[in-house]
Design a protein around this ligand. Structure first.
Ligand code: FE2
Length: 367
């Protein structure tokens, strides 16, 4: 293991940056990735598979994402670590075995669309059940925080401490049925679970406060400080502009559309997306998602904080709430951006069927 403490002393680069370099795999930065299902990966000796780091600007050094690929009918090396991880299966089918030292091994069988989180510092090993195709997943992790704080990879990756308050290793604990929690700032919309078999079959709750036809449910993995939320909205609709803390990694599941993102006082930048795209709005940037159609849009956002904390770390004067853009300001900004003179472009009860999509000449360059 490398001595990150000595290596990073009095350096501008963080211990995490030094560690990332030693892993020897590609790293992607910027504001978005067109398709995480097909982005180029490199051999990753530590995991035994292929992979890449994703360090988009919007993560704000708060979290990172790892893309992992397991070759056909093979498995990654078993690992444990003192950073949290939420795993979303992008393609393929297989299983993950999870255990604590001296405890029983339990297995999650997954497929494309599965979502789960190996409990903190448990051993876990991913297997590809398909003999002809690789399996690929993306995981949001808190590795930057953990590695920058402790600066000791032996402590992070070889620590025997068992968080029995989070996971006891009992039969059925990982797959017990989820339930909606009726407390917190979003009562009745937070699904507490350890495993979602397929996000495409999960019906999120109606949430028109974020836009006509919008549905939204949040996921809390028992014991985790990280969370996720699933959003869906129909063709010809949009989600209201809002802003919050950094690090929400949005993976598009269905639909072809675009997002506008901008820091206060600047012009919106447009990012076109499709299934497999990843977008991360930076800290306190307004962002708004549009679905011109014809397919409904659905995305999973992997969040570095719990369903309350992600918003609480925003400098919002409302404290625990996401700030939603004032309609009047939004209408002006969107009409200016799209060239549309219709007041229905952003009004309440949105009638904007994207008849006034930005013409090519007015499109901003991709961020
Ligand atoms: Fe957001």
């Amino acid at each position: 293991m490398h001595d990150l403490s000595a290596k990073s002393a009095y350096e501008l680069r963080t211990p995490y940056a030094f560690w990332r370099e030693t892993e020897g795999i590609p790293m992607y930065d910027g504001y978005w990735i067109e398709d995480v299902r097909t982005v180029e990966l490199g051999d990753w000796p530590r995991t035994g598979g292929r992979g890449a780091f994703v360090n988009l600007n919007g993560a704000g050094m708060n979290c990172d994402a790892h893309i992992n690929e397991i070759p056909p009918k093979q498995q990654l090396k078993a690992e444990r670590h003192l950073y949290e991880e939420i795993v979303f299966i992008l393609s393929g089918q297989g299983a993950t075995v999870i255990w604590n030292d001296g405890g029983a091994k339990h297995t999650l069988e997954w497929q494309e669309g599965s979502l789960f989180s190996p409990p903190l510092n448990t051993w876990h090993q991913h297997f590809n059940a398909d003999s002809s195709r690789p399996a690929r997943f993306i995981s949001l992790t808190s590795a930057p925080q953990a590695i920058n704080q402790y600066r000791n990879l032996d402590f992070i990756f070889n620590n025997p401490f068992i968080f029995s308050d989070r996971y006891r290793g009992e039969a059925g604990e990982l797959t017990k049925p989820g339930q909606y929690i009726q407390k917190g700032v979003k009562p009745g919309r937070v699904w507490e679970t350890n495993f979602v078999a397929n996000l495409m079959e999960f019906q999120p709750k109606e949430h028109s406060a974020r836009g006509a036809g919008t549905r939204n449910s949040l996921f809390e993995f028992v014991g985790n400080t990280m969370s996720a939320h699933l959003s869906a909205f129909p063709p010809g609709k949009y989600k209201k502009a809002h802003r919050h803390g950094p690090g929400a990694h949005i993976v598009i599941l269905t639909g072809n559309g675009y997002s506008l993102m901008w820091p206060e006082g600047t012009e919106p930048q447009r990012i076109d997306w499709r299934p497999g795209s990843l977008v991360v709005p930076p800290l306190d940037w307004y962002h708004q998602h549009f679905c011109p159609g014809p397919e409904p849009a659905r995305f999973i956002a992997l969040n570095p904080g719990d369903s309350n904390i992600l918003w609480r770390i925003s400098p919002s004067p409302t404290g625990t709430k996401t700030r939603v853009a004032r309609k009047s300001n939004m209408a002006i900004r969107i009409r200016r951006f799209t060239g549309c003179s219709s007041k229905s472009a952003t009004g309440a009860g949105h009638k904007h069927k994207c008849r006034c999509l930005p013409d090519q000449a007015r499109r901003k360059a991709i961020l």
